[in-house]
Structure formats: C-alpha cells, structure tokens
Design a protein around this ligand. Sequence first.
Ligand code: PTJ
Length: 259
Amino acid sequence: MTDYDSVSADVEDEEEIPADHPRYQDLLTRHRIERGVEKGITHLQGMHAEGRGSAFDYLLGEETIPSADAAERAAAAHLLLADRPVLSINGNVAALVPGEMAELADATGADLEVNLFNRTPERIEAIADHLRDHGADDVKGLEADARIPNLDHQRAKVDADGIYAADVVLVPLEDGDRAEALDEMDKTEIVIDLNPLSRSPQVADVPIVDNIIRAVPNMTDHARELADADEATLRAIIEDFDRERALEDAEKRIRSGDL
Ligand code: PTJ
C-alpha cells in the first residue's frame, strides 16, 4: 500500500510523485511552480495564481469538461488557420508546460513569445533558456521593440514581429487588461484560465476553462488530428464553437459542485 501522506511534502524530483496518487495533478503542478520559483522563472506571485487555479480546478472535478474540449478543438483550428499565430508565455506557463508549449508551437506553426507582468531581463532570459531546453527552436519577447496601445504596464512590451503583428494569440494564465487591449487590436484571442469569471476569458474569442496541464496537450492532439483538414472543415469547427455556452457550462459546473 502506498503511503500517500509521505509524498505530499517536498519531493526532489517530480518522478517521485506516484502517478496513481489521488491528488497527482495538483501535486505535480505545485512541484513545478516551486521549482520554477527556485530557478528564477516563476514570480513569487505565481504561487498565489496557482493556488487560485487549483481551487477552481478542484470544483471542476480536475477534468477537461466537454465544453473545454470543444474550446480546445476550436483553438487548434484557429491556430492552424492563422497567418501569424503566437503563444504567449509567462512565468507560470514556462514552469508548468514548457515542452508541451514547444510541441503545440510545432504542431500549429506558431511562435513562442515571453511576455511578463513582472518583467526583468533576468527572468526573460531564464524563461527563454528554459523553453529552449525543452525543445523550443526560436523564442521571441527579448527584443520588445513594440508596444500594445492603451496598456501602461510591462505586459505592453512585445516584439514587433511577434505578438504585435500576430493575428491569433494564445494568452494563458493571466487575469488582466492585456486581453482587453489585444481585443481592441482586433486579434483573435484564445485564453486558458480556470476561472471563467476572470477578465481574460470574458473577452476571449475562445475561452478555455481547463487546467493548462491538460489543455495544452489536448490542443496539440487536436491540431495533429486536424493537420490535413481543409479550410472549410476548420472554419466549421470555429463556427460551431459557442463561447458564451462554454463560459456558462464551466461556471455552472463550478457552482453546482457536482463532482
Ligand atoms: O510571470 P509573470 O510575471 O507574467 O506573472 C504571472 C502571474 C500568473 C503571477 C500573473 O499573470 C498573475 O498574477 O496572474 P493572476 O491575476 O493571478 O491570474 C492567473 C489566472 O490563471 C487566475 O485566474 C487563475 O485562476 C488561473 N490559473 C492559475 N493556474 C492555472 C490557471 N488556469 C489554468 N491552469 C492553471 N494551472
């Protein structure tokens, strides 16, 4: 019999967390965020963000609900149809899913761009290195030679040939006004956030209410499956997706506590 209590405290390596532990995903997530903070990738505030996300995930039943899967498929279709898709990376995203983001970029032809709320040159470099260590070819966000209009904090700093010029942007794990500002630039926005009431999913064209640990690999699976689909098929998937319903479904699930 596994002594689960003995693994929950402080494991050195994520391999030590038993995959059949009832709180496996939560332990893995916490472990990756802690390591991210230690490596200078994740900001200390990222721990608070993770705690918030984890509470919503618990109420969702820690699974990808059907409307989130539909959102992930629609997101994959958007990325495949885009001329200049970009996946935005902050300190939590880099700690939680670095290799998975590199795979999604590869499957959809998207660029990866580091964009931080608590921006320092050291963190930008550490995150770019971490992404490269996990298979990313090219990482944007280091130039920061353009500005998102109507945004007066560090997240406004973007690459002219990256987020600034993008037609479709994936914006994970940030409750903020950047999503609104990108919306005003007429970009198609895909947001991953476990809180359906956050500002970012509320303005997103495709709000994905799911844990990023599950959402990104599932988007990649959809993208690979749709790789040879024609434009009409991809457009039909996008048309069929109902953003209001996805937000309502997630909120209903969280409020009902029907686990
Ligand atoms: O790395 P930086 O400097 O850019 O800072 C990043 C953080 C995350 C600290 C910053 O963006 C922040 O403070 O974000 P918020 O306002 O806490 O918003 C994060 C959102 O992500 C919250 O709505 C959480 O519910 C959600 N969230 C947290 N963990 C996950 C998540 N959503 C999906 N999957 C998760 N694992």
